[in-house]
Design a protein around this ligand. Structure first.
Ligand SMILES: [Zn+2]
Length: 443
């Protein structure tokens, strides 16, 4: 089987390639790329990508697929379908399921479900639990989890509070060469809060979460990473001072990377005036000053990656008073479009730099076989074809995810994933111009 993507803008951050040319996929792998590649008309499929970007498949560092245990919010099947539709070909799933991903048999279960024919066809890279649920000082069997295939360890929304336990976890993970993905929150400081602490929370009469609840833990974890040598990836960076602390930790030589999520650079606390639970996240939406600093940090490289933090919930769970609503929003199908609209079309990031943060950097920081278009570099071709200029309106009733909890319903975006390829084609957008597809007539 031979597929040719022709005349697209090839964006491959792994070699800083930005040229118009062709990509040839043969037997599930990328065989040739470039502007002087010969197009053989006998290919099984020739897809005209004029005006489109051909990129390494997007890698989501941080999504909640909810299975096992919370199938009413999402399943591995619906979540991977949503991932493919959002342009992702690899998705890292978080361990805070029920039961949590804390044993090798659950990792096996996950891989089985992801490989089932009805699933989205994307690679699922599981993140294992760092400690046992309800026993915050007892580490899981990280060596066994690593053998089972986890790519990192995390306690996600219930992060390790004890610095002593965190040191132990980091020492184990350093020996296993396993990165820790840390959601940074001092639960003493955030307890009972539901939005950013400041003048808006005071005006609305809602209990606030101070910025320091995040920043203290960012600083602690960076210092402990320096002390132990453990690879640390900080999730969901949302404040100005978190950025500055991470910048300093990198300067000091810490093996630290970080991500932010599209909600943190497009939405702010002012939007909570209607008490709409769709805007409730942890950490909470911050102020315009934080957004400005996040944009700067994306541009200067302090923020390495953009992840979705896809957090689907059932409708009945969200349709409750603001204080009782769960945190998070379903974002797999809007993250790329949000980033294209807010970053590329506003001149914050060049196209190659956006793809670096959505694909090459996430793949490299977890050591995944992804994030590049170089021939035979990865055993299976992972490619996302993007129309950067397509203007469209997001309609939540048309999403693959079971989670309809999103503040982006009705939002106008510019840019969309048109195709996702993971060995073979796994997603094609209904808006993709079928006239672009040219299959030669049989002889
Ligand atoms: Zn999360």
């Amino acid at each position: 089987m031979k597929t040719i993507l022709k005349n697209g803008r090839i964006l491959d951050p792994s070699t800083n390639m930005d040229v118009v040319g062709h990509v040839i996929i043969e037997d599930e792998a990328i065989a040739e790329i470039g502007s002087d590649v010969e197009i053989e008309e006998d290919a099984d499929q020739i897809i005209d990508c004029q005006g489109l970007w051909i990129c390494p498949g997007l890698v989501d560092l941080h999504a909640h697929l909810r299975e096992p245990g919370e199938d009413h919010k999402e399943t591995i099947v619906s979540g991977t379908q949503a991932a493919a539709a959002g342009g992702f070909t690899t998705v890292c799933c978080m361990p805070n399921t029920t039961p949590p991903l804390d044993s090798p048999s659950l990792i096996d279960f996950l891989f089985d479900r992801a490989a089932s024919p009805e699933a989205g066809g994307v690679f699922v890279a599981p993140v294992g639990a760092l400690t046992k649920r309800g026993e915050p000082d007892r580490l899981t069997d990280l060596a066994a989890l690593k053998r089972a295939g986890i790519v990192a360890a995390s306690d996600e929304g219930a992060p390790i509070q004890s610095a002593r336990t965190m040191i132990r976890a980091m020492e184990f993970c350093r020996q296993l060469d396993l990165p820790i993905m840390a959601h940074c929150e001092d639960e003493d400081l955030s307890l009972g809060g539901c939005m950013n602490e400041g003048s808006v929370s005071a005006l609305l009469g809602l209990k606030g979460i101070p910025r320091s609840a995040e920043e203290i833990m960012v600083a602690r974890n960076c210092l402990l990473s320096l002390q132990t040598g453990c690879r640390l990836h900080i999730m969901r960076v949302s404040t100005w001072h978190s950025v500055e602390i991470i910048r300093q930790a990198k300067y000091l030589g810490a093996d630290v990377t970080c991500e932010t999520n599209p909600q943190y650079f497009t939405l702010n606390e002012e939007m909570m005036q209607n008490f709409d639970p769709h805007f409730k996240t942890t950490p909470p939406l911050r102020s315009q000053i934080d957004i400005d600093i996040l944009l700067q940090a994306l541009a200067d490289g302090t923020i390495d990656a953009i992840a979705s933090d896809h957090s689907p919930h059932a409708n009945y769970e969200v349709q409750v008073p603001f204080e009782e609503a769960p945190y998070g929003m379903a974002t797999l199908e809007t993250s790329l479009a949000t980033a294209l609209t807010a970053l590329v079309h506003k001149g914050v990031l060049a196209p190659l730099e956006l793809i670096r943060k959505l694909s090459t950097n996430p793949a490299q920081l977890l050591g995944l076989d992804a994030g590049t278009l170089q021939p035979f570099e990865t055993p299976v071709a992972q490619i996302t074809v993007i129309d950067p200029d397509l203007e469209w309106t997001f309609d939540v009733s048309k999403t693959f995810s079971k989670g309809k909890n999103t503040p982006y319903h009705g939002t106008q975006f510019k840019g969309k994933a048109m195709m996702a390829i993971c060995g073979s084609e796994i997603y094609r957008d209904a808006k993709f111009d079928l006239k672009r597809l040219q299959v030669p007539a049989p002889a």
